[in-house]
Design a binder for this molecule. Sequence first.
Ligand SMILES: [Zn+2]
Length: 1029
Amino acid sequence: MFGDLFEEDFSFISNNHCGKGKKSKPRDSEPPAPRDFTRLSGIKNQGGTCYLNSLLQTLLFTPEFREALFSLGPEELGTLDDSSKPDAKVRIIPLQLQRLFAQLLLLDQQAASTTDLTESFGWNSHEEMRQHDVQELNRILFSALETSLVGTSGHDLINRLYHGIVVNQIVCKECKNISERQEDFLDLTVAVKGVTGLEEALWNMYVEEEYFENENLYRCGACDKLVEASKSAKLRKLPPFLTVSLLRFNFDFEKCERYKETSCYTFPIQINLRPFCEQTEMDDSEYMYELFSVIIHKGGCYGGHYHVYIRDVDELGNWQLQEEEDRLIEDKALRDIKNAKEIENPLAVLKGILAEEESKQIPVDQLGQKLLEKKGVSWNKKYRKQYGALRKYLQNHPQIFQFSPDENKVGLKEKHKLLFKSDSQGQDLQSSPHKNDVQWNSEKTLTRLRDGSAGCHWFDLNDSKVQPIKEKDIEKQFQGKESAYMLFYRKSELKRPPEARGNPRYQIPEHLLNEMNAANTELQKKRAECDSANNGIDLHLHLSSCYKFHNGALHPSLTWKESVVDLTIDRRKTLGDLRQSVFQMLESWEGDMILSIAKPLPAGLHLYQILDGDELTLDGIGLADGADLFVWNGKEVGGTKVMTGPDHEPVVINVLHLAEYNEGGKGQHFTESQHVFSCSTKVGDLHTALAPSGGIILKNGSGLDKEAKNWEVFREEDMKETVKSVGLTDGCSVLILDSHDQSFVNVSSGNLTAFTYDISWLQVKNFCRTDGDEKHVKITATIETVMSDIKRKAIRELQLEEELANDSCLRPISGNGKLLSPVPEDYTVKEAELKMGSLLGLCHGKAPASTQLFLYFIVGSDQNASPEMEIVVEETVSVKECLNLMLEKSGLSGDNWHLRRIDWCYEAGEALSQENATLKELNVCRGDTLVIMEGKLPPKGFLKIPIWWLKSSSHKKRGENAQDQVNGMTCKMDALQVSPSGDSPEYIHPDMDLCYAGSIEIAGEASLEDLKMQYVLIWHLLICHVQWP
Ligand SMILES: [Zn+2]
C-alpha cells in the first residue's frame, strides 16, 4: 500500500533540550531552550505538522498580515480566558493565532507549540493534521480565519491582502463583442510540467491567446452564430501578496500513478507582472513583486518534509553568515555546476543563442555554427546521440522555436524572445532565474545579486531549527527531490515603517506584550533554577573534629553520617565562596581552615591536595558532584600528623600464614589477617614487619586465588622498591613463609614448587639433648616431603650440630607421649602415614632402613618388672636369630627362652613357635612389641588345654580351702609353664564356682581318655602337694 501522501519523514526532527545532557540528575520539567543566535523562534513539529509550520512562519513574516491580525482587540475577539464561559463570544482561532505570533516574536524559546492553535481548528489527532497538503491548508486556514472574523473589522483581512481577480475574455472576430468572466483567487496555481519557469507559465496563462477557428468555432451571443474568436485571460486585480502554488504533483495516466515533477523550474526574486495584466498603463511600481517566502517540499509524492525559506522583511532576526570567503568558494562551485548544467540542457543553450540574435531568425546551419563558437560544443558531438538531429530537435519544440515558411531559418517565438532578452554585456542570461527578470528591473536585481550577502535576510525555517541562508541558496530549490512548492511574493511598493525595523514588539497589543513579558520572566526564573540545579554539586564535608587517625588512615569516631555534612553549591562559584559557606555552617570554627580533597579508601579516609586559590571556580579546580572534602587545620588530626597525597595512600594487604594443622578448619590452609601499609613503604620494611628473620614474602597479584602459580617471591632486589611500585594494591595478598619453608620456592624462578594448599606443618621435638631444653620447632612439609629432609631442617632449626644427622632419627610421639617407632629416612610423609601437625621426636640412634624392623621387647610378661627395650633387626632374620639378638641386648643367656607377641591388653600372647621362619613371613611389623618368655615351647604336634575346676556346692566349705589351695597351686603351675595357651588367663567367675586349674599339654592324637587320665594325675599331684607342707 501507499503511505499517506503527506506523511512526514520524521528523521529530520532533532530533539534539542535544555541542559544538553550535561547532568544526569533528573529535574522536573526543564524549561524550553532559549532562542539561538538568529533570535528567531522555530515551531515544534507536533507530528506531521511541518507544512503547517512552514505556512504559519510565512504568515508571521508577512508583517501586514500579522499587524492586521494584531489590530483586532479583545473587544472584537473576546479573550481566551473567557473561552470556557458559555455565553461569551470568543473567537478562538484568531486569538490563538495572535498568541502564537506573539510567542514567535517575543517569547524566548527555541520553538513554539501549535497545539492550542490546531485544537482551535478542531484538529485533535495527528491523523487529522496529516490529511492536508500545504496548498490545501493555506485555503483551509484562510477560510477558517475569514469565518471566525465575520462581523469584526477584520472580516476582509484575507481579501484585503490576498484577493486577486483573473478575467477570461472571448472576443468575437466579427462583431468584436467581448464576453468576459471574472475569477477570484487567493493563490494562483501554475503548471510545472513542460515549463521552464514561472514567467513561462504565466506567459502561457495570461499572454497566449487561444483561437476558435475552423472546426472549433465560438458561438457569439451578439451575432448569435458560430464565429471565429480569440480567448485570453488576464490578471485584472493584483493582490498585495501573490501566492503561487506549483503543480509539482501530477498523475501519470499511462502508469496510473502519482509522481513528483522534479524538473528545473525557475522563478525570479523580483517579477514584473505587467505583461500578464489587463491594465498595463500604470506606473511600473504597481506591477513589481518581490519574493519573500518559498515553501519547499523534500521527498517523493508519497511522503516527505516541508520547510520554508523566508525573507525577514523587518530584519527581526540576526542574519549572520559564515565568512565571505566561504561564500565566494561556494558561489564559484555553484557557478561551475550551473554552467555544466546549462550545457547539458540543449533547449536552454539554443534559446540563449537565438535570444541574442538581432535578426529574428537565422539559418538552421548557422545556429549550429554559433553553438560551436559560443559554447565550444558541436551539436553532433554533444547532443545528437541523445537528442537527434538539430533540425528535428527544433521542430520538436514548436512552442519555443518558430521556422520561416521555407523552414530554412529558425527563431524564437515572440514570448521567448521577450523573456530572454540579453543584458548589455552580451552575456547569455536565459537560464539564470535572476537574470530572467532583467527585462523588468535589471539594474536593481543585478545590484541585489552582486551584493547578495548584504541585508537580504533570508532564513531557512525548518520546524524548530532556524538558520540564516544566502539568497543564492534559493536557486538550489529550482529542481530535484527537494524543490520549491509554493512561492509568496509581496508588492515591492509595500514599504515598511522605519520603527518596525528590528522591532518585534511593533504593533503587538498591550495585553499580549504583558503576557509575553510575564512568560519570559517565568522562563528566565525557571532557566535560572534549572541552570543552578544543573550546576549544583553536592559536596561531602568531613570534619576533622569527628575523625581519628589510626591504622594508616582517617576513621570517623562517630558514625559516618554524623561525621559528614553535605553541602550543595553552584559549581560556578569560587573556592572563596565555598570557604565562606563552610565557615557559616561551622560557626564555632577557630583558626585556619584547610580544605583538602579526601577519598574514602578501603583502609579509611585519605587526604589529597589542599584546595588553593580562592578566586578560582569550583568547576575550574575540578570539584565534581559528590566530592569529599576534609575540613581541618592542615597539620594534624587528634594530635596525629597526617600524611597526605597519593604517595601516602594506605593500602590494605591480606597477609597469609600457613595454618597449623586444623587451625583454619577444614580446607583452610592459611590464616589470614589484614594489615595497612602506606603505599610508599619499602618492601624491605614490609618484610621486616611481617616475616621472621630469614623468612620470605610472596605476593599474589590475582587476589585471593591461592594457586601456587600465582605466587611470586619478593627477591632481594625488590626490597628497595615500594609497596606501590611492586604493584601491591588494596586487597592484594602476601604469603609469609618462614626460612625453612623456602624449599617450596624455586627462588630463581620465583615460584612456589608445591601447591600451597598441600603445605602444612610437622613439629619436631628435641630428644637428643638432655640439658632440659626440650625445644620444638615447626617444619613445613607436604605429603611428598622425605623424612630425611625434615630431619635435616629440624636439626638446623634446633641449632644442633650437623653431624647429628648421621646418628639420629625421627620418631612420632603418641598422644600419651610415647616415642613410637622411628620413621625410615627414605619414607615420605605420606608413606610414613604421618598426620600433618603431628609431633615427632628427634632421637639418637639410626633410623631403620625400609628393609629393617624396629621392634620393642620386654622380658617376661610382667611389664613392670622389665623395662621396654628397642631393637632394630633385618626383616629377614628368623625368630630364633631375633630371640638371640634380644637376649644379647637384655644380657640374658641360655636357651630356655622363647618369643611371644604381645596381645591387645599388653599380655604375652601367641608364641612365635616357628623358630626358623623370618619375621617378615610371620608378619611381624615395625613397632611391634615382642615378649621374651622363659621355658621351651612344646614340641611340635602338642596341644595345650586349659583345665577348669567346677566346685560342687556340697563341698563348699571344703572347696573354700581347696580354692585357696588351688590358687596357690596356680602360681606354681604358671611357673611350671606347662600350658601357656595365652587365651585362658587365670580367671574366677564371681558367681560361679569355676576356677582355673592350669593347662595340660597333650599330643594332638591323644584320646579323650588320655586327657582325663592326665588330668586326674595332675589333680592328685596338686592335692598331695598342698597337703604336704
Ligand atoms: Zn459576435
